[in-house]
Design a protein around this ligand. Structure first.
Ligand SMILES: C=CC1=C(C)c2cc3[nH]c(cc4nc(cc5[nH]c(cc1n2)c(C)c5CCC(=O)O)C(CCC(=O)O)=C4C)c(C)c3C=C
Ligand code: FES
Ligand SMILES: [Fe+2]
Length: 384
């Protein structure tokens, strides 16, 4: 029986917000073998000796930081110069990024749920493919080939689409696939964004409610919610990148879930280098609000699915600890929260039932994009 027709699915599907379909295709049917689900993300150094390579790969990525003809040489130089400072940051958060640990946990738990929710496509096998740290896309694809995977879902772990994040990961996946799987034996579909998925929204709302309980009931509705997302260079915003609008959509959905009981703002963190970035900056906003007498603030990291240096170092150590005000706190990250694992499984389930190769939004390139790799990788994934 199709899961779509089961009473359970009939109850679940109306909660989901579809972002539209691209070309519909073959993918809801099982090929008989396992369904590979690949969590795409940037990754982070698991230990201090991995910091330099992580930074090198990051600065060598022209989809993230276009440095022109001498990208590779410049990347080596910038990584070398930046490594000592960033190593210190990772030391201060316990010696490495927890992103691999969380991603592997999320993949495993999500697949367990999917095996019972979608027996037609079982067994589900979870993989992690990072852009700048191990396991890199190439290593993961080799592993999938060894495991005999013929049907796979590339599932971005950035809920809001940016060409510099999900776009870069998909471009890399396409390049590696072309090299290692020239006959396209693995059939791919793509979950390219899920910024307003109801499970994601409800989990954020729950984590905010949990944090609000730490305040005295008399001040609870006066707490300001500061949603903080990684900023983008204005050059990327002006290229037409969809990320700022999609982050705002997540924030608005979470506030709707919370019935707009608290005042809120969306602010932007982690800008790097001297160019213009999207603001207002999180650190400036916290300082300014505290100065104005607003001393009860919850920072909510809204654009990343697990803890990383930007939450554990920048928010916790540089902004919250520096503020020296008890009322300035941070909502927990999604990490291994059971509601979040349910949400991940639900996103995939919905994707399987839709049978689309990607969301309708993925088909549109940035108006100002001049990169061939973007159109090639789009064409590859959309024609599956
Ligand atoms: C949604 C999340 C992110 C977006 C969008 C994003 C865009 C973006 N980032 C840089 C430059 C750097 N980012 C760095 C680290 C970093 N970036 C994100 C997330 C997004 N970046 C995370 C979670 C992390 C930390 C990873 C971890 O290990 O925990 C860094 C390296 C750190 C540093 O040197 O300060 C750089 C550089 C650009 C230019 C950009 C948009 C174009
Ligand atoms: S940069 Fe957005 S599609 Fe190429
Ligand atoms: Fe970044």
């Amino acid at each position: 029986m199709s899961l779509l027709r089961s009473p359970r699915m009939a109850l679940r599907l109306p909660m989901l917000q579809t972002q539209g379909l691209a070309t519909s295709a073959h993918l809801s049917k099982s090929s008989g073998g396992p369904t590979g689900i690949v969590l795409l993300n940037m990754g982070g150094p698991s230990s201090i000796p991995e910091v330099r390579d992580f930074l090198y790969r990051l600065f060598a990525d022209g989809d993230l930081i276009p440095l022109g003809r001498y990208q590779e040489q410049l990347a080596r130089f910038i990584a070398w110069r930046r490594t000592p400072r960033i190593e210190r940051h990772y030391e201060e958060i316990g010696g490495g990024s927890p992103i691999r640990k969380w991603s592997e946990y999320q993949a495993r738990e999500m697949c367990k749920r999917l095996d019972s929710l979608s027996p037609e496509t079982a067994p589900h096998k979870g993989y992690v493919a990072f852009r700048y740290a191990k396991p890199l896309t190439e290593e993961t694809l080799k592993q999938m080939q060894q495991d005999g995977i013929k049907r796979a879902i590339a599932f971005t772990q950035y809920p809001q689409y940016s060409c510099s994040t999900t776009g870069s990961s998909l471009n890399e996946l396409w390049k590696v696939t072309r090299k290692l799987d020239p006959d396209a034996e693995i059939k791919w579909s793509v979950i390219d964004r899920w910024s307003t998925h109801s499970g994601l929204v409800k989990t954020f709302a729950q984590l905010i409610k949990d944090k609000l309980k730490e305040y005295d009931a008399s001040v609870r509705n006066k707490v300001i919610l500061l949603f903080s997302a990684h900023s983008l260079p204005m050059s990327v915003v002006n290229r037409g990148d969809p990320y700022p609008a999609e982050v705002a959509a997540t924030v608005y959905s979470v506030m709707s879930e919370l019935k707009f009981n608290n005042q809120y703002r969306l602010v932007w963190q982690s800008q790097v280098g001297p160019s213009a970035w999207l603001g207002a900056q999180t650190s400036d906003t916290v300082k300014s609000l505290v100065k104005q007498g607003h001393t009860n603030i919850i920072l909510v990291p809204i654009a990343f699915t697990s803890d990383h240096i930007e939450t554990l170092h920048e928010l916790d150590l540089e902004i919250i600890k520096e503020a020296k005000v008890d009322g300035v706190k941070r909502a927990e990250s999604l990490n291994g929260h059971p509601m979040f694992i349910d949400a991940l499984a639900d996103v995939v389930l919905h994707h399987l039932k839709e049978g689309a190769v990607a969301s309708n939004q993925y088909a549109l390139q940035c108006a100002m994009c001049t990169k061939e790799v973007c159109s090639n990788s789009r064409q590859f994934f959309l024609s599956q």
